[in-house]
Design a protein around this ligand. Structure first.
Ligand SMILES: [Zn+2]
Length: 157
């Protein structure tokens, strides 16, 4: 393993001033030593350095999508919030199928809109169970879905 300035996370190389949120971007594709492949998607809700989601909203989107994505796919390995509160990473097992992923995300998000509470938001199941906002999460997802035809457009020009 070589360490150096070229080996940082790929997101540190992304020009965050050049993107146009919302969008869904292939952040990276990783071929594993075992021969399998992982695709990491950048699911960006908010324009970087312009807007962000409140933490309870981030947290409820994380819990909700972690649940509903798995209703439709066995290939989702992880969904994790970005510390900048502008979006999420989703890691999927298998070769990159970008359009199929957008469709999966869409149906999983529509399912979130049907939830009446955040899944697993109890002190037994979560490390900060008081910090959730399912209505805020649903509002953010409603807005994200309203831009469905723009998800594949990552850069402003
Ligand atoms: Zn939690």
């Amino acid at each position: 393993m070589v360490h150096g300035e070229d080996n940082g996370p790929e997101s540190f190389e992304l020009d965050h001033t050049a993107v146009a949120a919302p969008f869904v971007r292939i952040a990276s594709v990783k071929t594993l030593h075992s021969g399998g492949q992982l695709t990491k998607y950048d699911v960006r809700f908010c324009q970087p350095n312009v807007a962000h989601l409140d933490m309870p909203v981030v947290h409820s989107i994380e819990h909700s999508l972690a649940t509903t994505l798995r209703w439709h796919s066995d290939d989702v390995i992880d969904i994790s919030p970005m510390g900048c509160q502008t979006g999420f990473y989703v890691i999927v097992d298998g070769p990159t199928e970008y359009d199929a992923f957008l469709n999966l995300l869409e149906v999983a998000m529509r399912d979130v809109l049907t939830l009446d509470h955040t899944p697993a938001a109890t002190p037994r199941q979560c490390g900060y169970a008081a910090s959730h906002d399912i209505r805020g999460a649903q509002a953010a997802i409603t807005d994200f879905l309203a831009h469905r035809d723009e998800w594949a457009r990552v850069f402003s020009h």
